[in-house]
Design a protein around this ligand. Sequence first.
Ligand SMILES: Nc1ncnc2c1ncn2[C@@H]1O[C@H](COP(=O)(O)OP(=O)(O)OP(=O)(O)O)[C@@H](O)[C@H]1O
Ligand SMILES: [Mg+2]
Length: 157
Amino acid sequence: MAFIEFRDIHKYFGEAHVLKGINLDIEEGEFVTLLGPSGCGKSTLLRCFSGLESVTEGEIYLAGTNITNFSPKQRKISMVFQQYSLFPNMTVGQNVAFGLQMQKKKKNYIQEKVKETLDIVGLSEKIDQYPREFVRRTAAACRPGASDHRRAQSAAP
Ligand SMILES: Nc1ncnc2c1ncn2[C@@H]1O[C@H](COP(=O)(O)OP(=O)(O)OP(=O)(O)O)[C@@H](O)[C@H]1O
Ligand SMILES: [Mg+2]
């Protein structure tokens, strides 16, 4: 069994049949890109995976567990949205720390994780700066990077 499995996924929005029997196996650590014209359902599939949308039909497995009916919280999957949803009044470091603070992690742990994640993407020097255009995408990507969640990156909101 693959690490992530989409089995015959269908999604309707009213009459619109947006996902038409998607079957996809993804191995752990694999880097996968969904490529297709605007409106073909890339974001919808990711939203179904993270639990922000329900599937109409089909099943999704993660590490051998059927997560089709799990809430987003139960799935522990992080998603970076096309609109980065960074807080403009918070520094890069505070933005990256936010998810961990919400999870009530210890202060030392948060500091360590934020530093480690910003180091990886070469943004350590920006930790006290406010997110401007040139760091927005990277800072947004660091938030799930610092979390213990699994990650899914959306090409669109
Ligand atoms: N909540 C919704 N209600 C109704 N229709 C929706 C909803 N979300 C998406 N759709 C429709 O589903 C289809 C697929 O949308 P989706 O956003 O998944 O496409 P996409 O492949 O991500 O496109 P893009 O490349 O523009 O980001 C579109 O026709 C869209 O209008
Ligand atoms: Mg999209």
